[in-house]
Write a protein that binds this ligand. Structure first.
Ligand SMILES: [Zn+2]
Length: 279
């Protein structure tokens, strides 16, 4: 009977089965354990074996922090590609692809809602949108988050995940550093709390502006945080950099961060901290 015979096409079926099931599992890049995807999601994308923090999208972060009923705002801004920039592909094409992939107009989402009992303005960067780079839209969206905080006297939390300034917008991108820094200075004058949460990675112009300007600057474990990349620094200073340079733990040890907070503790940490900051 034919079903006793192992045909070549059955071997092919085996590999098809592997393809069908492998989407359900992920390998942790740190401890190399294979993790069931649903377990990882239930654990806020933190490896249950070793605590490695996987990157997650902006929407998942908002869901993890704010109470149901929050509102997404300032989502309508779109870059006009002022330089008509073309590198390997036109910037316009990259924007369209990123919009399709993420369902967002740019690399950031503003939300207003309650963090536990505290009304807050939350601004979260989306790394999967052109590396979370900051162009005119990201800068303007953060400026609007600042305005919302000032109007309502609610604390501001910005969660960064960014490769830095968006080179395709040239100087318009660099101008955002000054604009958002000026807005945050106004919050400082008004004594409204601003907490900066840095996640993997937070680099370049974002580190050089709002990410390091918090009343508290905190980070997730193991996040890459820096201005220039390690290779550029090594070539400039002609020295080998120490192990773990530009990771959260190194930065905390050297006084650049106030705390490292596990993703699963983040919500309670922020509620507690804003509680005493508001007193
Ligand atoms: Zn792990």
């Amino acid at each position: 009977m034919s079903w006793f015979k192992r045909e070549d096409n059955e071997i092919v079926n085996d590999s098809e089965r592997t393809v069908r099931t492998e989407g359900l599992w992920v390998r942790c890049p740190k401890c190399r354990e294979i993790i069931f995807k649903a377990d990882l999601e239930a654990n806020l994308h933190v490896c249950p074996k070793c605590g490695y923090h996987f990157r997650i999208g902006a929407r998942a972060r908002i869901d993890a922090l704010l109470e149901p009923g929050y509102e997404l705002v300032d989502l309508d801004l779109r870059s006009t590609d002022p330089l008509e920039f073309t590198d390997l592909r036109p910037y316009k094409t990259r924007l369209e692809e990123a919009r399709r992939k993420t369902g967002l107009n740019d690399a950031i989402i503003n939300a207003v809602g309650n963090l536990g009992p505290i009304p807050v303005v939350l601004s979260v960067m989306e790394y999967s949108f052109i590396g979370g780079s900051m162009g005119s839209v990201v800068g303007e969206t953060i400026a609007r988050a600042v305005d919302r905080s000032l109007e309502t006297r609610s604390p501001l939390i910005i969660i960064s995940a960014s490769g830095g300034a968006r080179m395709m917008e040239g100087i318009a991108s660099l101008m955002q550093l000054a604009k958002v820094s000026a807005g945050l200075a106004r919050m400082d004058d008004e004594r409204i709390p601003y907490i900066s949460v840095m996640t993997d990675p937070t680099t370049g112009g974002v580190t050089a502006s709002f990410a390091m300007l918090g009343d508290l600057n905190i980070a997730e474990p193991g996040a890459l945080i820096g201005f220039a990349g390690p290779r550029v620094i090594e070539q400039t200073i002609r020295q080998k950099l120490p192990e773990g340079f530009q990771r959260s733990e190194f930065l905390l040890e050297h006084g650049f961060l106030d705390a490292i907070v596990d993703r699963k503790e983040m919500k309670h940490y922020l509620i507690d901290t804003l509680g005493w900051m508001n007193q």
